[in-house]
Design a protein around this ligand. Structure first.
Ligand SMILES: [Zn+2]
Length: 1036
């Protein structure tokens, strides 16, 4: 599953405050959002359903009083009814027949039957309730939770095969289904407990396989707390036997983007609908009764009945289609291999497709709305998918497992994409691409999402994590391979060696440096908590740890280990220890012995990461002291787990180290650091030589040195930076800024390092610098001495800005071949220059905007459009704001719409910002998922920060109602609005606000408090030190 990620589309710093240009300010936009950037549409609360249930409960109570009068008689009647129920459902359904469900479910939901009938109805009345109570008491006496009340399914049954027959009624968005599950009994039990949620069950029948005799169902009931459906039998199912469970049910094709849901688009002025699924992590249970945990792998045979005006898709190809006279058709899909429920999928739509075939014969199709297919917007994705399947087959030495892979581009989806086996679903903006209006960044986004989902066809689908605590196993790998796979497609881009650092490593170390972080492996039980594990820690820290592992193992041994792991566990499940064991064996084969489990457990089960300090290269006997401690931004915060202070955190760290002098750097040596402090002898350490740790930043930790070594490194960068690798230059910048921010290093060191950038021609160090400057800028942007800082940065940027100039035309045709590094570097420098108020940059932006307004032709180069729009809005008068507002309404291109909306938040006119905030909650004007971005971007603008913060508190009830159930949206909003608050007053306001509201979002708020506390602490301790140095430096 790919989370939405916004890659660097922002001027990273804030408006300047210098005198004559006080009015010419450029607003700032976006630090990479918190986890779950711009993902889902909101999930409406199901209030109507709840009310309906309450009414029925009242009704049920009245009925139960009457029932008391004739309790025995009813009990007798009920037992008869259940028998009938079982008997009525006997026999196979008529294939393809209208209302193909047999027995009591003769009427399809399309025939006007109410669908959201109360769950209580399935219970069978008062007698059953009494029985249930007695049963619960019995479990209480045994001091055990009944099997349906446990957070995980009881282990006594295992599904072997599902036959699932569905009828989709697109005209009223309902569907009916019949599932037949073949069950294997491991321990005798009277209970069948499986997941089922938000559906109405019509009939249940249990039969012993191969024998005619049914097993009598005593009663059935839903247990909503654990989202299960329970079938209580009159006698126990016997061990080692297999049984067939048949359930007939119906449900809604939901409006909410979960389970089997609907979505729509407009074609030739006509609205068309489609139905598609999103089951990960726990929503298959909303589409059919099933054992909805990844460990329960089974085979699936799916049939979908729909009107012939639609087509249906599922994981496997269609085997046969049966047409009926009344315009309906039933597609029978081939049986799947063993798989888990969360990546099962189907869709009912009237899309068209284009097709290609891989060397090994896998048919790849891209399905999308017909106009997009006609325009060829899917061709890029289709082409790289074919190449990527070939790449993965070669890399993993395991062929792709299914005969086909369909990529489905849908207008709405809760995530960027979902890796359903053989039927991966993508939100349109992450797969359709029109080269003539797409920037390199957009192309990069599309590419990486596809690489990610394809990796999952192996990591996730073929080999599946045992449980959600190790979701990072699949997500970390897929995220890591985004970079490896993109390097295969574009070898010159150096994604894994370079871009990985700024986009993944530096990014997640910000988050994981908080005391309120959490380990990458997180224990979860409740379905409601499972969504929580899909966060940046799982994705980005997971990927960073895998990269560190690949690096200390050696890439070829690592690859060999992965091949073994996939071969051994294919069509099954694996836990992290299975991976560690396979990798250890691979190492052993090449004569190395490292206990990978022992090493990696420390990295995956402990939160945070270490900072290594290397001291003492002044000594004559070549001895250095290496120590480790947990890195935290705010050392005043109490550790989350008070039982273990930060002192007890220890890691086994593969520290690579090299010695350099003015013209040369030694080859790296690896030192395993496992103690708090260690002495090591370093050969060839001369007086003027410096030490460099974490070569190419392959390790997931920071490195600090004594001041003398820092000064030597700075000297080296200034005299000849190329002695140090590009990735280490970026690493030194990021480490220095963050060590200073956390108080491990004097404030001037990072600013001194920056000075060499005027000679830096590589993109990555600039990128690292601009990202690292961003939080510092936010700490200073409302202080009275801000202009000193601003002036300093402008000086560092000026000469490179002059050297590179502006792009002259669009890149369109040569987009893919374009020099990515060069264009990205130019963009980064322009962004810094415009953000900090370089006059030429401002004039250029204003000229481009004026040209657009007067000619009504947008000739602004694609790669810098967002910078120009934002700068224009902040510098120029209200008319420009109105112009951009108008363009925002009239444009249909999704990517363009987004940057226009963000540009509106760059204004320094507080009235306009307030107007925008208020408009953002109007769904007619701003899409629900974009409203959050508006509020966050206003908060990043120093002129709007207090407005957004006030707006957030005033509208919290509305916002929480809108986004509350979409955990990641809420946490993105909370962190986005609060992360740059940095005064004592704002900290007080935050704490008071949290006290005054109830429920939800607790994790986000505790992270927010810690961040703001760290900001306030920095202001108190280090701000003056920084300004003093800057003053001195500027007068020199
Ligand atoms: Zn994923």
């Amino acid at each position: 599953m790919a989370l939405e990620e916004k890659r660097e589309k922002r001027p990273p710093v804030t408006p300047m405050m210098i005198e004559e240009e006080a009015a010419l300010r450029n607003g700032s936009r976006g630090l990479p959002p918190g986890p779950w950037a711009e993902a889902a549409g909101p999930r409406p609360r199901t209030t109507e359903r709840h009310i309906a249930v309450h009414k029925r409960l009242v009704l049920g109570f009245a009925v139960s009083i009457l029932a008391l009068l004739a309790v025995t008689m009813i009990a007798v009647l009920l037992s008869v009814r259940f028998e009938e129920c079982g008997a009525a459902a006997d026999g196979p359904p008529r294939a393809g027949g209208n209302g193909s469900l047999s027995g009591v479910a003769r009427q399809p939901p399309g025939a006007g039957q109410p669908l959201d009938r109360p769950e209580e109805e399935a219970r069978g009345g008062e007698a059953a309730e009494e029985e249930e109570e007695e049963e619960e008491e019995e479990w209480q006496r045994r001091r055990e939770l009944p099997p349906w009340a446990r957070p995980r399914l009881p282990r006594h049954l295992r599904p072997l095969h599902y036959n699932l027959m569905l009828s989709a009624f697109m005209e009223n968005f309902t569907f009916s289904g019949e599932v037949n599950v073949q069950l294997e009994v491991r321990n005798a039990s009277r209970y069948i407990v499986l997941h089922a949620h938000r559906m109405h069950i019509e009939a249940v029948r249990v039969a012993e396989d191969k024998l005619a005799g049914g097993v009598r169902v005593a009663r059935t009931f839903f247990y909503p707390q654990t989202q299960v459906f329970v079938v209580v039998l009159n006698r126990s199912l016997e061990v080692q036997r297999s049984y067939n469970l048949k359930i007939i049910y119906n449900a809604l094709i939901e409006n909410e983007l979960l389970g089997f849901f609907r979505s729509s688009y407009v074609l030739h002025g006509e609205r068309r609908f489609l139905g598609v699924t999103q089951f990960s992590p726990t929503h298959a249970r909303k589409a059919f009764p099933c054992f909805d945990e990844p460990i329960y792998k089974a085979t699936f045979k799916i049939s979908i009945r729909h009107q012939a005006t639609y087509l249906s898709l599922s994981n496997m190809p269609v085997e046969t289609s049966v047409f009926e006279e009344d315009g309906w058709v039933t597609d029978h899909f081939s049986q799947t291999p063993l798989m888990s429920t969360y990546y099962l999928a189907w869709a009912v739509c009237n899309f068209t497709y284009r097709e290609t075939v891989t060397k090994s014969g896998v048919v790849v199709r891209l399905y999308a709305r017909p106009d997009a297919i006609r325009r060829g917007s899917g061709d890029y994705a289709l082409n790289i998918t074919r190449r990527l399947i070939e790449f993965y087959e070669d890399y993993f030495k395991v062929p792709y497992s299914l005969p086909k892979l369909d990529l489905l581009a849908v207008p709405k989806h809760p995530y960027a994409a979902m890796e359903n086996w053989g039927l991966s679903v993508f939100v349109e903006q992450r797969i359709l691409l029109d080269p003539s209006i797409s920037s390199i960044l957009y192309l990069l986004d599309v590419t990486m999402v596809i690489v990610h989902e394809l990796c999952h066809q192996w990591f996730g689908d073929l080999v599946t994590p045992v449980w959600w605590e190790d979701v990072w196993l699949k997500e970390g790998f897929a995220h890591y391979f985004e970079f490896v796979g993109t390097d295969y497609l574009y070898p010159g881009w150096n994604m894994e060696k370079q871009r990985f650092l700024t986009d993944v490593l530096h990014e997640v170390m910000l988050l994981d440096g908080l005391a309120s972080s959490h380990p990458v492996s997180q224990e979860v039980q409740q379905a409601s908590d499972i969504d929580r594990v899909f966060d940046w820690i799982a994705y980005k820290k997971g990927a960073a740890l895998i990269r560190m592992l690949a690096s200390f193992m050696g890439h070829s041994v690592f690859q060999m280990g992965l091949q073994d792991y996939l071969t051994i566990h294919k069509y099954g499940n694996a836990a992290r220890n299975d991976l560690w064991n396979t990798l250890s064996k691979a190492l052993k084969r090449v004569g190395k012995s490292v206990n990978i489990q022992e090493v990696m457990d420390q990295w995956t089960l402990q939160m945070g990461y270490p900072v290594i300090t290397i001291l003492g290269n002044e000594t004559t006997d070549n001895i250095i002291i290496i120590s480790q401690e947990r890195f935290v931004y705010d050392s005043d915060t109490k550790p989350k787990d008070p039982a273990r202070g930060d002192n007890s955190y220890l890691w086994q760290i593969p520290l690579t180290i090299a010695v350099g002098n003015t013209s040369h750097i030694s080859s790296e040596a690896i030192i395993w650091v496992s103690n708090k402090s260690e002495h090591h002898r370093i050969p060839a350490l001369e007086e003027a030589s410096w030490l460099l740790g974490n070569i190419n930043q392959t390790g997931y930790f920071r490195v600090n040195y004594d001041i003398r070594n820092w000064k030597l490194l700075i000297n080296q960068l200034t005299r000849n930076h190329e002695v140090i690798s590009v990735s280490n230059r970026a690493g030194l910048i990021d480490d220095a800024f963050n060590l200073a921010r956390a108080g491990y290093l004097p404030q001037n060191i990072p600013l001194e390092i920056m000075r060499y950038l005027s000679e830096e021609k590589d993109f990555l160090p600039w990128h690292a610098a601009s990202r690292a400057l961003y939080p510092l800028d936010k700490l200073l942007d409302r202080t009275e001495n801000y202009n000193i800082f601003n002036e300093y940065i402008l000086r560092q940027v000026a000469s490179m800005y002059l050297k590179l100039g502006w792009p002259t035309n669009n890149l369109n045709k040569s987009l893919v071949q374009a020099s990515y590094q060069h264009e990205e570097l130019r963009r980064e420098v322009i962004m810094l220059a415009c953000s900090f108020g370089n006059k030429h940059c401002h004039q250029q932006a204003a000229t481009l905007i004026s040209d657009w307004i007067s000619s009504n032709r947008n000739r602004i180069p694609l790669n810098v459009r967002d910078i120009v729009y934002c700068t224009g809005v902040s510098l120029m008068d209200e008319d420009v704001w109105e112009f951009i507002w108008m363009k925002f309404h009239s444009t249909t291109a999704v990517s363009e719409k987004k940057i226009l909306l963000e540009a509106l938040t760059c204004s320094d006119d507080r009235n306009l910002l307030n107007r925008l905030l208020n408009l953002s909650l109007n769904s007619e004007v701003v899409l629900d998922q974009d409203a959050i971005d508006v509020i966050i971007h206003v908060a990043r603008n120093p002129h709007g920060r207090d407005l957004a913060w006030k707006f957030f508190r005033e509208k919290w009830k509305i916002l929480n109602a809108r986004y509350g159930e979409a955990l990641f949206m809420n946490s993105k909003l909370v962190s986005g609005v609060t992360e740059f608050l940095n005064t004592e007053g704002e900290l007080r306001e935050l704490k008071n606000f949290i006290k005054s509201y109830e429920g939800g979002a607790a994790v986000s708020f505790s992270r927010a408090v810690e961040t703001v506390e760290a900001n306030v602490r920095w202001q108190r301790l280090y701000k003056e030190e920084l300004f003093q140095w800057l003053r001195k430096s500027l007068t020199q």
